[in-house]
Design a binder for this molecule. Sequence first.
Ligand code: G2H
Length: 250
Amino acid sequence: MARQFFVGGNFKMNPNTRKQKEALVEVLNKAQLDSATEVVIAPPSIYLISLKEILRKDIQVAAQNCYFKESGAFTGEISPGQLVDAGIPYVILGHSERRTLFHETSEVVAQKTKAALAASLKVILCIGETLEQREGNQTAEVCQEQLKAVVGVLTEADWSKIVIAYEPVWAIGTGKVATSAQAQAAHADIRSYLSKAVSPAVASATRVIYGGSVTATNCSELATQSDVDGFLVGGASLKPEFVNIINAAK
Ligand code: G2H
């Protein structure tokens, strides 16, 4: 079965005002979007509910993070159940900025993934290697290590609720995009690992999307690769060109 193309917009800690948030939504609400593509945008948590209320209904909303506990004394955190209660269907977990700046280990990401799925959220699970690791030919190994922690805590059925975002750290926000051959090779390795570690059926059904300096200029070529099932877009998701990226499906 063909995998549905998926485009996510990760706004990160942007925009700075509610007015700017409304302007971003207005561009998307007026745009002609490929109805065959699943589109999800992830604003900062303070805007999740208000943005969802004004956003067209064929675009879904994701949180950029959540905790693995349901409630309690965890200052500053949001639980998976709270997101579900607010009508938010997706959460991004394991983004490299969370792993690097906020010291989230693969084990913590796995715990969060398990808790999110248990609360019936869907997860955009980010993995990817640093420049040093790529130069040391460790790309496949690093991605496998990051996935392994998650594989260990999920059932085979859980994978239907997961989109894997391969985001090489050296390409994030740097303007240095992976070549389509580099993206294809990494995605094929991820699929082959899933086939061995979970099942061939999960490997062939799971969407593996690419993230890291995706723009309207480079998205079309990346989208032609057989194992690239869409994109997770940061900087360019805050610009009108996001519409072109959404419409980049092969
Ligand atoms: C990678 C990506 C979005 P950008 O972090 O997840 O950001 O497109 O700005 O590199």
